[in-house]
Design a protein around this ligand. Structure first.
Ligand code: AMP
Ligand code: MG
Length: 316
């Protein structure tokens, strides 16, 4: 761990631009940051957290104008960001087609979550990197969120390249997550900014989609209607392509492979490529199905297989 000086922010920015991971303080909790535009860096975040499935990550920006490159315009975002940013309010918005932000950040959804943290170190870091940072809480999956640099070290140790120490987090509670992609704005996760405060700005009521009696759990992204699944059927653990199938390979592949998640058999690389390659092959005009070669059930391979099994499951 190191104290935060101007030098260490510059060093952290170098690490992030080179695809490394940096934990940094925000006003809510410490974030495990990666350059949101580098799929392999984002894949490392999932691997280090040890999640058994992909959950979309919040993209952190220095200021509201950065969002124009990431999400489609929304008047309600303009109003609310003007009032509450920087601060503990996250917006779920429609992804801007062609955005540089990795599809893995969105875990395959057509939406993206954005937030500008109210913390000097986070802000200095974002400005120094000059790119949006994907950053979930800097702890192992299923453990309590870290509100001090010591918590990050205790949970992640040397799996993170650098921890910027900003002392204890002021809010200590995760941001409010507001979904702007439906007909009416809806709170997916309650936080420091309340529904009443949001309603006061919009002049319209905001619904809560959080389950009764469960004030902390976010709506599972897996339940979202917009969750991406390929239109084509998926066949798992394929050794080769049958006629009409697109073969999505992993490792050493037969010559007919359409795309390869990782020719070298690297699971981090495979995770980084997963959603973009599924989309690329999901072409009814060319194929009748996508056949996916076996992925080892180890490390981030567990999350890859979870996603593939969901995509292959019969649809209602
Ligand atoms: P954390 O990992 O603690 O920063 O939490 C991120 C929260 O934002 C989780 O509750 C996610 O489910 C939610 N989230 C991030 N991106 C999206 C998205 N595109 N759609 C819905 N929820 C999202
Ligand atoms: Mg968390």
């Amino acid at each position: 761990m190191i104290a935060t000086t101007q030098d260490s922010v510059a060093e952290a920015a170098r690490i992030l631009r080179n695809g490394g991971l940096v934990a940094f303080p925000t006003e809510t909790v410490y974030g495990l940051g990666a350059d949101a535009t580098q799929g392999t860096a984002v894949a490392k975040v999932y691997a280090v957290k040890g999640r058994p499935s992909f959950n979309p990550l919040i993209v952190h920006v220095a200021a509201a104008p950065w969002v124009a490159e990431i999400a489609l315009p929304d008047k309600r975002f303009d109003l609310l960001a003007h009032r509450f940013w920087p601060g503990p309010l996250t917006f779920v918005m429609h992804r801007r087609p062609g955005t540089a932000v990795s599809e893995l950040v969105s875990a395959g959804l057509d939406t993206v979550a954005v937030r500008s943290p109210a913390h000097d170190i986070a802000h200095a870091l974002l400005e120094a990197v000059g790119r949006p940072l994907a950053a979930p809480s800097a702890n192992k999956s299923g453990t309590v969120s870290p509100t001090r640099a010591e918590h990050v070290i205790a949970s992640l140790g040397d799996q993170v390249d650098l921890v910027l120490n900003g002392g204890p987090c002021r809010v200590g509670l995760e941001s409010t997550v507001l979904d702007l992609t439906g007909a009416a704005p809806a709170i997916l996760r309650p936080g420091a900014i309340t529904a009443d405060e949001i309603t006061a700005v919009l002049g319209k009521p905001v619904s809560m989609t959080v389950a009764e009696g469960d004030s902390s759990a976010p709506r599972s992204p897996g339940q979202l209607a917009s969750h991406y699944a390929p239109e084509l059927p998926l066949r798992l653990n394929a050794k080769q392509a049958e006629p009409g199938e697109a073969l999505l390979a992993f490792g050493t592949a037969p010559s007919e492979a359409a795309l390869n998640l990782s020719p070298g058999g690297d699971l981090i690389e495979a995770a980084a490529n997963l959603f973009a390659m599924l989309r690329a092959l999901d072409d009814k005009a060319r194929y009748r199905a996508i056949a996916v070669m076996p992925i080892p059930e180890a490390g981030i391979g567990v999350a890859i297989n979870d996603r593939l099994r969901r995509a292959a499951a019969p649809r209602g």
